[in-house]
Design a protein. Sequence first.
Length: 468
Amino acid sequence: MKIQTLILAIALSFIATALPSSCSAQEQTTSAGSHTEEGEGIQDTENASCSKYGPDSLATLDAASIFYYDYAAQNDPDQMIKGRAHYVYVLKNAPGYDRAFIASGLPIYRHLADLAETPESKQAYIDTLFGIYKTLISCYDKDGYYYGRMGYDMMKYMPKDYDAIQNAFANAIRLSGNQTEYFILYPYMRLISQEYKSGLIDKDEVFKIYEKIVNIAEHNIESNYLADRYQQTLESIQAELKANGVLDCENLKPYFLEKLAAAPDDIELIKKVYGNLSTCDMCDEDLLPYWKKLFEAEPTVKLARILAECSINQNRASEALVYFDKAIELEPDSIKKAELAYKAGIVLYGKVKNFPKARAYAYKALKYRPNWGEPYILIGRLYASSGSLCGSGTGWRSQVVVWPAIDKWEQAKRVDPSVAAEANKWINKYTQYMPGIEEIFNRGLNEGDPFTIDWCWIKETTKIRAKP
C-alpha cells in the first residue's frame, strides 16, 4: 500500500489536466442517470477543514488508490464516473489530500451535468461541481486559478447569476494579477460593460477596472507565449466597450486628462493615454502638449505625422514642417518618405505660399520615388500660380510662366500614366493664358524655340508655346 500510495501521489499531478473537457461519442451513449452512487449533494464541502487524510487515513488512501488505479488511470470518463463514490469519499473526508486529485472531479461533474436526463439531476451535479470548486478555492487557491475556472463554468451552468460570476472573475484577477488567464478577461469586462449600460456602475469604476485589465493584457502581450491570444482579447474588450459607449472620446478625455494632470511628466502614462485616445481628436489643445513631450522622449513617424497635421490644422505651418522633416528622417520606407515630402510641399504651397521651398520638397519626394507623377503636377501648379511673382499678374512675364508649368505636367504623364487625366486637366485649364502667336512674333521669337525664365524664382529653360 505504501508503494502504491507513493506512485499515486506522483501520478496525481496530471489527472486534472489529462481528462478531456467534453464527452466522446461513446460516453454520450451512457446515461448519466444510471450512475447514481452515494456522495451527491456535497456542495458545502468548502466548509470542511482542509484535512489531508481525514478521520481515517487508511480509508482515505484506500479510496484514492482505488479511484486512481481502478477507474482513473486509463483516463476513461465512463470508468471515472462509475468510480466516483471513491472520489467523493476523499472529497468529503480529506479535501486537503491533493490538489490534482480533488480537481479531477471537475470534468466528471461537468460530464454528468451535460448528460443529465432531468432538471433535478442536472442541478444536483452542478451543485456538486461548484462544491468542488469551493473546496479547491478554500484549500488550495492562493493564485486565483480556480476562481477563474469557476467563473467560466458559472457562465455555462448558472448564466443568470451575474453577481456570482462577476465576483469569481474579480477574485481571479485580484489573486492572479498579471498571471490572469486570457479567457477570463473578456467575459469579466463584458459583464462590467453591461452593468455600466444598465446604470448599475459609473464610468469611473468601469475605467478603473478597464485599466487593470489593459495592464494585465499588455504585460502578457510583451512576455507571454500566448501573446496573440491576449492581443485578440484586448481588441475584443475594446470593441465591446466602444459598442456600449464606454470608450467614447467624451468619456475618455476627461478621465485621462485628470491622470495626466497628476503626473504631467510621466512618459509611460502619456504613452498609455496616447494609445487609448488614438481614435479621438489627437489635435485637442489640452492633449497636444503631452504628445509633444512624448515625441521628445520617444520620437516615432506616426506621432510626427500627427503633430504635423495638428500644426497644419492650427495654422502653424512652420511647426508643421519641423514635424514633417522629423517624420521623413524617421521613416524607413522610401515610398512613405516621398508621401511625407509631397505633403510638406502641399503645405508650403497652400498655407505658407513659399513656392521655392514647396518645389524643393516636391523634388525631395521625387528623390525617394522618381516615377511618381504627383510631385511634377505640384511643381507645375507652383509655376502656373506664379504670375504675380514673376510679373504684374497680367501681360507677357505673367503669361510665360505657363510654359514651364506645362513642361512639368507633360513630364508627369510620361513618368506616371496614372496621373494623365489630372495632368491634362491642368494643361487644358492654363493653355488659354499663354501668349498669342502674334505677340511671340512681335518679340522676335519663334514657337518651339527654347526660352529661359531667369528674372524670378522659377529660373528654368522651357519651350515657347502659343495660345491655341
